[in-house]
Design a protein. Structure first.
Length: 343
């Protein structure tokens, strides 16, 4: 005898017949849907906060590495300072021991990328994103001459794997903003950034480890106006001196020891400034993590903007200005134009 068919209760509109002869529930009520959406939104906010907290924790780790490295440099310099001071009181200078100490510090200074992951550059600037750059200039490439005069097409050959010739149209009364934009678009695939420094001069920057290769390969071909046409010619790059130059510290006699001592003292002062900057950045990251744990991303961003504007619009008291001064250092008209040129 065939099995009886399940009976559908037509009096209950919420009842639906399932494949296993069990009723399937009707869609959730609007109140339940709203609750589910709210839970999903909270999860999304927590995920966003977790993402930014992770980034901030990575920045804290970078700051800690940089801080440890700066302390190592300071310890070695303090020992060198003491030894140089002692030698000035001696009749003879122990050149061998002094040279050994200078060489030891020089080795540690040259290895800053390995010790910090690239968060401290040669000018003792701390980079939270760990993207230490080397700044250089190229002889013959000046904003004044490139933005005025007869139009010309410049073609660059960087030698970076996977990149080809990069062309930039100069002259013809082109604006500096457009010129910088062209340079950045053309050279970005090779990892080269272009901007105008505080004096309005054209400067380039590239990852520290990439500069040696670039110095031997970067070439340019012009149209016979600013640069020769035909075969590309090697560009002469001029790197900026690093903040600390132990190769210039001589210990041959009392006079040179005295000069080196002055440079060591200056280097210690610079390291102290860098240490303060790192500590400040780490403090800001810790504060941001605490704020993210109690509010969502949108609230945190609005709070930050409001706090910054509030400080900026305070009275002319130096105490208030000092809070925002580090963020504004170097923001000349030319640097603003350089940033706008990247859009």
């Amino acid at each position: 005898m065939a099995a009886a068919l399940p009976r559908l209760d037509r009096s209950n509109p919420s009842s639906r017949l399932g494949i296993d002869s069990q009723p399937v529930l009707a869609p959730a009520a609007p109140a339940v849907v709203s609750m589910v959406a709210a839970v999903r939104e909270q999860k999304s906010e927590r995920a966003g906060s977790w993402r930014y907290s992770t980034q901030l924790n990575e920045q804290l780790t970078a700051g800690q590495r940089a801080l440890e490295y700066v302390d190592q440099l300071s310890d070695q310099l303090s020992g060198l300072k003491l030894k140089l001071s002692q030698e000035l009181g001696q009749r003879r200078v122990d050149r061998e021991e002094l040279s050994s100490k200078v060489a030891e510090f020089s080795t540690l200074w040259a290895a800053r990328s390995q010790h910090t992951g690239g968060s401290i550059d040669g000018h003792l600037k701390f980079h939270l994103a760990q993207d230490a750059k080397e700044v250089f200039r190229a002889r013959g490439l000046e904003l004044e001459s490139l933005s005025s005069g007869t139009a010309e097409m410049l073609t660059f050959y960087t030698g970076v794997r996977g990149t080809g010739p990069a062309s930039v149209a100069v002259g013809g009364e082109i604006s500096r903003e457009n010129l910088l934009r062209q340079f950045n678009r053309a050279l970005a695939p090779s990892g080269i950034r272009t901007e105008a420094d505080q004096s309005g001069a054209l400067v380039f920057s590239v990852a520290e480890e990439a500069l040696p290769s670039l110095q031997s390969k970067l070439a340019i071909r012009g149209g016979g106006i600013r640069f020769p046409a035909g075969q590309a010619n090697r560009l002469k790059l001029e790197s900026e001196l690093p903040a600390i130059t132990p190769s210039h510290w001589s210990t041959d006699d009392h006079a040179s020891v005295r000069q080196s001592l002055q440079k060591v003292v200056m280097a210690l002062e610079q390291l102290e400034q860098t240490r303060a900057a790192i500590s400040s950045a780490m403090g800001e990251a810790k504060l941001a993590i605490e704020q993210l744990s109690t509010m969502n991303e949108s609230e945190w961003a609005q709070s930050f903007v409001g706090d910054f504007n509030g400080r900026f619009n305070q009275s002319s008291d130096y105490r208030f200005f000092s809070d925002i001064a580090p963020a504004l250092m170097g923001m000349s008209r030319y640097r603003v134009l350089s940033l706008l040129a990247l859009r």
